[in-house]
Design a protein around this ligand. Structure first.
Ligand code: ZN
Length: 135
């Protein structure tokens, strides 16, 4: 199994938990995401020679919406899309795999999890609540 977006995420040492792949700027020491970004998001320093750092796949929920129509090819709807803070200053949108959206709340920590992709032998990344919050 391979990641569907290998510049964004990879399996951690405890699958299906995912790591997010980032780079740290040698100039200002801020993180940039994704790892293939050409330059630091804060100061623009070239990151070509910076090593990729795997970071915990925890995202802090800042908000979410429910999409009923697919806005991109391959997106299965209805789907919840969350606005997640992945690290200080790094916020991205991601698919939420949540049974009951009523259990979501601001600043909730969600975990990146690998799930089978529509592409054979690949996995995608979704964010879930911890199991105890949904049981
Ligand atoms: Zn920088």
């Amino acid at each position: 199994m391979k990641p569907s977006k290998p510049t964004l995420f990879g399996l951690s040492k405890t699958p299906p938990v995912m790591n997010l792949l980032m780079k740290r700027c040698p100039q200002c020491e801020q993180l940039s995401f994704p790892a293939n970004a050409p330059g630091c998001a804060m100061c623009g320093t070239c990151l070509a020679n910076s090593p990729i750092e795997p970071h915990s796949g925890v995202g802090i929920l800042k908000g979410f919406i429910r999409l009923n129509l697919p806005l991109t090819t391959g997106l299965q709807t209805p789907v919840l899309i969350g606005e997640l803070e992945l690290a200080p200053g790094i916020t991205r949108q991601a698919v939420l795999d949540v049974i009951d959206p009523n259990l979501l709340y601001p600043d909730q920590a969600l975990q990146a999890i690998g799930v089978p992709s529509n592409e054979p032998d690949h996995y995608d990344c979704v964010f879930r609540t911890s199991n105890k919050e949904e049981s």
